[in-house]
Design a protein around this ligand. Sequence first.
Ligand code: CTP
Ligand code: CA
Length: 224
Amino acid sequence: EADLESKLPLKGKKILITAGPTYEAIDPVRFIGNHSSGKMGFDIAKHASNLGAEVILVSGPTHLKLENSSIKLVSVVSAKEMYEACHQFFDTVDVAIAAAAVADYRPKFPATQKIKKTEVDLNIELEKTQDILASLGKIKKNQFLIGFALETENEIENAKLKIQKKNLDLIVLNSLQDEGAGFGKSTNKITFIDKDFNIEPMELKSKEAVAEDILNKVTKHFYE
Ligand code: CTP
Ligand code: CA
């Protein structure tokens, strides 16, 4: 019988994880993207798998490789593809963790041919992408839903608003303030805020260690 002391406390649990950036096409050779490396989501996926969970990792473009072949990797490019992949699997999972840096806007009219340079400036009209996490929050039943929040001001207040807006159980607030933390770095400075607004600041640590902390929260959810 599994318990918190077990080496595989998440055996029998299915976890959906999003990772990486999304690329939104401007034309066939250009896109709008961001600096997300995918490392946070991949580290969460690896650790969840090591704890016995069945893992579906939906990732945007990244150079990262998975050594662990038991993780199901679903590679996507755009926010729309990530949305569709997540909705394909969400019904069947016990936990969803949204670590992807999804583009908030995409070109409204992506060009089918390479845009040629002209004598005048270029404006690109942008439209909103779907908020994947919020859409999962709307349809969630028993799933434990975890999101990230990247804030540069009014961090705690903004993160609390995201918990409510997206119907989350837990949010991982990412601070960019710290020199060693965030995009392209191997460390993160996070603060946990749960749906009852309990606030738990963590030390600056490696993304592997942050992944462990996040999965400790998941394990506790099932055993408390
Ligand atoms: N997210 C998502 N789909 C989007 C945008 C964000 O699933 N289209 C998820 C992210 O994966 C993250 C959480 O929502 O878990 C918060 O992302 P963040 O960019 O911090 O918040 P936004 O709601 O996009 O608001 P803003 O960028 O204005 O702060
Ligand atoms: Ca955003």
